[in-house]
Structures are given as structure tokens and as C-alpha cells.
Design a binder for this molecule. Structure first.
Ligand code: ADP
Length: 782
């Protein structure tokens, strides 16, 4: 089987040989092109031996004396050795050719490309085309480059062409591209197609360049992206403003002296910019000095093209070929290196340089008149080149974005870890503050001390609320919130909230009322903690922002079916209300309706943001109706699945009041390293008559545990030497089933899986109220 590379070579050779054969053309001899054997059904280039008259404009109307000089058309005269003298660039001359035509032809057309740098073309004595003003001296001379096409009279047996050319501006003089003769319709179509391809390619490159420029300006400021955009824009000019000169056909008045500068500048600057592009694309792999040398040459040449006359800068093309050939070797070398070093997107760079090589090969072969222009193939090559380069950049941009996202995600993880550590650290001492506050309250303080203690506990609880809010918001943002779906008694939740906030309302002399739909007599499947959190927040706000009047909490059944219950939760107050402008703001984090709010009412501005997000995560929306000064109504509808039980038979949720007698003589092992916490828990429990042994860490606990005596273990989780999880695991490994309750400053939902896996039965979250601890302990020992 032939390898794919060999197959490619065969294919290419096949294509080229086809091109060569297709390109075999008749040739003029001794100033005469005999086309009698040619039926002219395809385009014929008028190449071969033309008569040449140096420094003469022969009379087109008369048959001139034969010139001694024959030149191979197309013919540039500069540097040509005539009578022992090298011809200069500046001067004028006539080219003459006689064409003997076939008998019958279809309507014909002759195409005349641009020459250096002005001409007049006569056919059988009549002027048929001209560019600029061809003169015999610099006076009145005007250069112009534009493609022209002339329709020829049918059935003429002889065509005598006289071409007057003059040049007083360019380093080259004479004719570089062939004139062509052929059937009108296909030639017209070919030209239209060629212009269309140029326009299309220009549009693609220009828009691509603008796109990448936008990406650079508004995006990542990657210099490789900037250079590529500039390169594409500059190169787009070259497609339309050189070779076929489509731009000059579109704008026939385009000033030659401007256009020629742009043509050369775009060539030099284009390569320089491309060098910089490669440099920024692969900074570690490209040689700084080599790129610097290329860029300097390119930009010096660009400068010369801008400021010097065309005669000088038009000579720079030949030395510049050296730079181009060097780039043709260096750039693929660089791309191969980048590819071997596995730089992102480098495989596309490599493929693109192959495409560019193809384009250069075609234009070189065409330059040497070996193949025709093969414009479509070049077009495909260019498009592939720019497309592949865009892929390199897209790959690079998305690589940077992926890395940035990864870093951001890591940052988010670090932030949430930091916040949970901080909140843990803050909650632990708060436990002592609140615990000791409660202990002191139980010690018969003086009335003034009692008021101070209550303020202290209130402030500590506030602080705890803030810490919890920040932690919660952080978790919502990090997408780490999960919801429970367990049978829940919604009216009980509402009653509990109203009861727990009743004292605050009473203190402000506000009427706090609860109105529950009598039809709401079913348990539903829901997350009771989150519902309580949202509702508490709304009721708490309503009380906070109401100075007179009432707060009404409502639970209404909006819709009921076999499978779904829609419940509307509402909190209406007669407080300060919220202006329309602020209604849009208060759901954002850390935003309060008015900056004086936090001074007069306290708060962080997180509560509503959290409530809103929590509801959204459960497909519900928090709504607000309010008018400034006339109170506010917050409400949301939530859809639940029935929880199976009627509330009439529902078991009361483990809220049995603590029975003080049950503690008497109860032996508990307290495992805790923080002495203040030891003091708080010990004092709470000893007051009820429990007997407490204290271990400072897990290892001590294992040594001290006496199953014949201890009825329960209260275990801190974070301790030196051996933590609570490990201690619990070892206790369970010994087959001991004594209840273990974890004391932790972490949020239960964060640790419950780990706690469960370690064999721990329950969690009490610090800071806790004495009653909470009593209830949990009693639940496990009774
Ligand atoms: P916080 O109460 O901690 O400031 P929230 O996010 O709960 O934060 O509330 C944001 C803001 O919305 C409050 O500061 C207040 O300006 C306004 N607001 C919330 N509830 C009410 C209400 N019932 N009446 C008037 N304004 C309210």
C-alpha cells in the first residue's frame, strides 16, 4: 500500500504537469503571432517576439519600418542591453505586434493589465485603451495602474497592436504581465470571478482582523491577538490593492502615488507584523534577535516607502525577497518547534504554514511564468492559512479562559474554605460568650446586670447571625447548597418562628399575628430548615422595619391536587416601606435600602439576597409589594409534594421539654480541648445534677471511657492528638454502642456525612442554648 505522503506527492506532481500542459501557449515570432490554426475558444496570451522601439512612439496609423530589436513579450526594459548600453528605468518605447487571426471567431475581448507605468494601446491605428499619461519626458507624465478590457470587432483578419509605454517614476519600465486575447464571455466571467474572489478574501481578512482587534481591545490584551489582527487588516489591503488591482478598478481616480506607497508599505509592514505575531505567539521558542532583525528591516523599508520617491522604494523588493525566503524557512521551523514542545494550538500553526507555503509556491511559479495565476487555489490556501491561524488564537484565548476559570474556581474554593474556617473560629469563642451569658443569667443577677447580660447575649447572637449569613451566601454562590426533602409540618414551622420572635415584637409594641389556612392540614415534603430560614428572615425584617402597627404572617393553600400543593407564604407589615427605586436593589447582596438603615436597624444586607437565591434554587420567586411609608408585603409561592401524613395524626417533632430529674447522677464523658467550652458545658450539665468526666482529646477519651459508668459521650470534633471522628471510629470498632453526640462549630449539613460514617449519633451545634443541649442529651439517655 502506498503511504499517504507518497500519494500526496503523486497528486501534486499530477496537478503541476496538468498545469504545464494546459499552459502551453502559441508564441509570436519576429513580431507576428499567427493564430490561424487556433480557433480562439480559450484565452491566448500575446507572448513571444514583439518589435521594440526604444525612445520612440511609432505612429500607430502608419505601418512603421521594422525594428531591429525583437524582445520577448512581456518585456521590462530596465537593465536590458541594447547596442552595448544598459537601458535605464526611465524612458519610453513602443511595442508592436501583428496578429493573424483565424477566419471565424466568436465575439472577442482583449485584456490589458497594468504596465510600468503609463501606456496607450492602438489597434489597427485606433486608440483602444490607455492608463495614465504616457509622455516622452517627465513633463506631464502621469502613472496609473488599472486592468482594462477591450471588445474587438468581429471577423478582422489582422490585428496590428501598437503599445506606447513610458515610465518616469518607477524602478521598473515596460510591460511585466501579458496581454491576452480570447472569447468575450468566458474572459469576462473569468475576470468577474477573479474580482469576486479578491473581494471575498479581502472582506474575510478585514472582518477577521477587526474581530481580533475587538477581542484585543475589549478582551484579554494578548499582543499575539493584536498582531494577528493588524496583519489580517494590512494583508487585506494587499489582496485588493495589488496584483489584480480590483481597488483601482472600483476607484479609477485613485491616486497612483498614494496607492503605490500603500502597496509597498503593506508588503514590508505585513511581514514585520507577522514576525512580531510569531514572537508573541511562541515567546519561549522564537529567537528574539532574529525576530528583532526581521522587524527592523521591515519597518525601515516601510519608512522608506512612506517618505522616499517610488523610484527608490520600488527597488527594495529584490533585497526584501531575502527576508521573505528567510521567513519561509524560519516560520515553519518555529512552528515545528512549538508543535514538538506541545504548545497550545501549535498543530494549527503548522498546518497554516503549509497552506501559506502552497500559496507562495503558486505565486512564485506564476512569477516565473511557469503556471497561470491559479487564483482559486491561492484563495483556498489563504483562507486555510487565516482560518488555521484564527484557530491558533481561538485555542489560545480559550486556553487562557480555561486557566482563568480554573484559577477562579480554585480562588472560590480557597475563599469558601477560608470563610468556613473563619466562621468556625468565630463560632467557637461565641459559644463560650453565649454559654457563659446564660449561666450568669441563671445566677440571680441584679436587675441592671440582667439587662447588661441580655444585651451581651443579644449582640453575640447578632454576630452569630452575621457569620452564619456570610457562610450561607458563600455556599450558595459556590453552588454547594443541597436541599432536604422530608415530611414537614409547615404550620408548625410558622408557629415556632412567630413564637420565637414574639418577644422582639412585644418589645416594640407591635402586633405580631399568624394566619394559617385551615385547609393546610397536611404534611408536605420540603426542606424545613431552609423554609424556616427564609420565613424567619422576612418576619424578622418586618418587625425590624416597623415602628407602629402590626406584622401579619400568612400561610395560604393556593392550589391542591393529588400530587401537588401550592402554598403562599406572606409577611405583611405596616412599617417604613421601600421606595420603588430601592425595591430593585435590596435583593442584591450587602445592599440596604438606605445607608442609614444599618445604623438605625442593624443588619448586613445579606438576608434578602440569601432568601431570594434559596427560593430560586427551589424554583420559587420572592415577590415584594411596597410603598414608601406604607409598609411592605413580601410573599412567595412554593410547590410541594404531599408528605403523606395528615397533621391530625402527625407525631410532634421531638420537642419534649427537658425533664430536670432525669439528669440526676447521669454520668457523661465530655471530650473537649477548649477549657472555656468545658466550663460552659460542665456548668450547664452539673446544674442539673449530671456527673461529668473531662478528657482533653480523643486519645484520653479512649483511655478514660468506662462503659459500666458513662451513659453518653459529648465529643468535640476538632482536637489535638486525636480528633473526635477518629476517637468515635475507634470506640465503635471496639463494639461499644454508647451514644455519642458531637459538639461542633461547623454547620451540620457540611459534616453530617462524615459524622455519620464515624458512628456519631447526633450533632449539637455551637453556640447552643442550654435547653437544646438538655433535650438532645435526654433524648439519647432515656
Ligand atoms: P438587612 O436586614 O440585614 O439589612 P436584608 O437583605 O434582609 O438585610 O434587607 C435589605 C434591606 O431591605 C434592608 O436593609 C431594608 O432597607 C430593606 N428591607 C427589608 N425588609 C424590609 C421591610 N419589611 N420593610 C422595609 N424595608 C425592608
Amino acid at each position: 500500500m502506498i503511504s499517504s505522503k507518497i500519494r500526496l506527492v503523486i497528486l501534486l506532481t499530477g496537478c503541476l504537469s496538468f498545469c504545464f500542459t494546459a499552459y502551453a501557449q502559441p508564441s509570436a515570432k519576429d513580431g507576428v503571432l499567427d493564430l490561424r490554426q487556433n480557433d480562439l475558444d480559450g484565452e491566448v496570451e500575446l507572448n513571444g517576439e514583439w518589435q521594440f522601439y526604444w525612445q520612440q512612439f511609432v505612429n500607430p496609423a502608419a505601418i512603421p519600418a521594422k525594428s531591429d530589436v525583437r524582445v520577448q513579450f512581456p518585456f521590462l526594459w530596465n537593465g536590458y542591453l541594447l547596442n552595448g548600453h544598459k537601458l535605464p528605468s526611465f524612458g519610453y518605447a513602443s511595442y508592436v505586434l501583428t496578429i493573424v487571426m483565424p477566419k471565424h471567431t466568436a465575439p472577442l475581448r482583449m485584456s490589458v493589465p497594468d504596465v510600468y507605468c503609463a501606456y496607450r494601446l492602438y489597434l489597427n491605428g485606433k486608440l483602444i485603451a490607455s492608463n495614465g499619461n504616457a509622455t516622452q519626458g517627465p513633463d506631464g507624465f502621469r502613472a496609473h495602474w488599472q486592468y482594462r478590457a477591450v471588445d474587438l470587432p468581429a471577423n478582422t483578419d489582422t490585428l496590428r497592436l501598437v503599445l506606447h509605454v513610458s515610465n518616469f517614476v518607477h524602478y521598473r519600465g515596460g510591460v511585466k504581465s501579458p496581454l491576452a486575447l480570447g472569447p468575450k464571455a468566458p474572459m469576462e466571467l473569468a475576470r468577474q470571478r477573479s474580482e469576486a474572489i479578491d473581494l471575498l478574501l479581502t472582506g474575510c481578512l478585514f472582518m477577521g482582523g477587526l474581530f481580533f482587534l475587538g477581542l484585543y481591545i475589549f478582551g484579554n490584551r494578548d499582543k499575539a491577538v493584536l498582531m494577528f489582527s493588524l496583519y489580517a487588516i494590512v494583508y487585506s489591503y494587499r489582496i485588493i490593492g495589488t496584483d489584480n488591482y480590483v481597488l483601482h478598478s472600483l476607484f479609477p481616480d485613485l491616486n497612483w502615488y498614494v496607492a503605490v506607497r500603500l502597496e509597498y508599505m503593506s508588503l514590508f509592514a505585513g511581514i514585520g507584523i507577522f514576525g512580531l505575531y510569531c514572537r508573541y505567539l511562541y515567546p519561549a521558542d522564537s529567537n528574539k534577535k532574529v525576530i528583532a532583525a526581521i522587524t527592523i528591516v521591515c519597518f525601515v523599508f516601510t519608512g522608506i516607502s512612506l517618505f522616499f520617491p517610488a523610484y527608490y522604494f520600488s527597488q527594495l523588493v529584490n533585497p526584501f525577497l531575502v527576508v521573505m525566503v528567510f521567513c519561509l524557512v524560519y516560520v515553519p521551523y518555529l512552528y515545528i518547534k512549538a508543535w514538538r514542545l506541545k504548545r497550545p494550538g501549535s498543530i494549527y500553526s503548522l498546518a497554516s504554514s503549509l497552506a501559506l507555503m502552497g500559496v507562495f509556491a503558486i505565486s512564485l511559479l506564476h512569477y516565473w511564468n511557469i503556471v497561470p495565476q491559479l487564483q482559486l487555489l491561492s484563495f483556498i490556501g489563504y483562507i486555510s492559512f487565516f482560518f488555521l491561524q484564527s484557530l491558533v488564537l481561538s485555542h489560545r484565548v480559550s486556553f487562557v479562559l480555561t486557566r482563568a476559570r480554573h484559577e477562579a474556581e480554585q480562588g472560590l474554593v480557597a475563599k469558601s474554605e477560608f470563610l468556613s474556617t473563619m466562621s468556625h473560629e468565630i463560632r467557637t469563642p461565641l459559644n463560650s460568650v453565649i454559654g457563659i451569658g446564660h449561666l450568669l443569667l441563671e445566677n440571680d443577677p441584679r436587675p441592671d446586670q440582667q439587662a447588661q447580660l441580655q444585651t451581651m447575649i443579644f449582640s453575640a447572637n447578632n454576630l452569630l447571625g452575621i457569620v452564619n449569613d456570610i457562610l450561607d451566601y458563600n455556599k450558595i454562590e459556590a453552588g454547594m447548597v443541597t436541599f432536604e426533602n422530608i415530611p414537614t409540618d409547615l404550620p408548625a414551622i410558622a408557629r415556632n418562628i412567630v413564637n420565637s420572635l414574639a418577644t422582639i415584637a412585644q418589645d416594640k409594641a407591635i402586633d405580631l399575628r399568624l394566619n394559617i389556612d385551615s385547609e393546610l392540614d397536611f404534611m408536605v415534603n420540603a426542606d424545613p430548615t431552609r423554609i424556616a430560614q427564609v420565613l424567619t428572615n422576612l418576619v424578622h425584617n418586618a418587625i425590624k422595619f416597623t415602628n407602629t402597627g402590626e406584622v401579619l404572617v400568612t400561610l395560604g393553600l393556593k392550589k391542591r391536587s393529588e400530587t401537588e400543593l401550592t402554598v403562599r407564604f406572606g409577611v405583611r407589615d405596616t412599617g417604613i416601606g421601600i421606595s420603588l427605586k430601592n425595591q430593585a436593589l435590596i435583593f442584591d447582596r450587602f445592599t440596604q435600602a438606605d445607608s442609614s438603615t444599618s445604623r438605625s436597624f442593624g443588619g448586613t444586607g445579606l438576608g434578602l439576597a440569601i432568601s431570594k437565591r434559596l427560593l430560586e434554587l427551589q424554583d420559587s420567586q420572592l415577590h415584594l409589594e411596597s410603598e414608601e411609608g406604607k409598609g411592605a408585603y413580601f410573599y412567595f409561592d412554593q410547590i410541594f409534594a404531599p408528605g403523606g401524613q395528615s397533621l391530625m395524626v402527625a407525631a410532634p417533632a421531638g420537642q419534649a421539654p427537658a425533664n430536670p430529674a432525669a439528669f440526676s447522677g447521669l454520668s457523661i464523658l465530655l471530650v473537649e480541648d477548649n477549657i472555656l467550652n468545658v466550663m460552659v458545658v460542665q456548668t450547664f450539665l452539673k446544674r442539673r445534677g449530671a456527673v461529668i468526666d473531662v478528657a482533653g482529646n480523643g486519645q484520653e477519651a479512649l483511655a478514660m471511657l468506662d462503659t459500666s459508668k458513662h451513659r453518653l459521650i459529648l465529643m468535640d470534633l476538632h482536637m489535638p492528638v486525636m480528633d473526635g471522628y477518629e476517637a468515635a471510629r475507634r470506640i465503635r470498632a471496639k463494639g461499644i454502642t454508647i451514644p455519642i453526640i458531637a459538639l461542633t462549630a461547623n454547620l451540620p449539613q457540611d459534616i453530617q456525612d462524615e459524622v455519620h460514617a464515624a458512628g456519631i449519633d447526633d450533632i449539637v451545634v455551637k453556640p447552643f442554648l442550654p435547653d437544646e443541649l438538655y433535650r438532645k442529651v435526654l433524648h439519647y439517655v432515656s
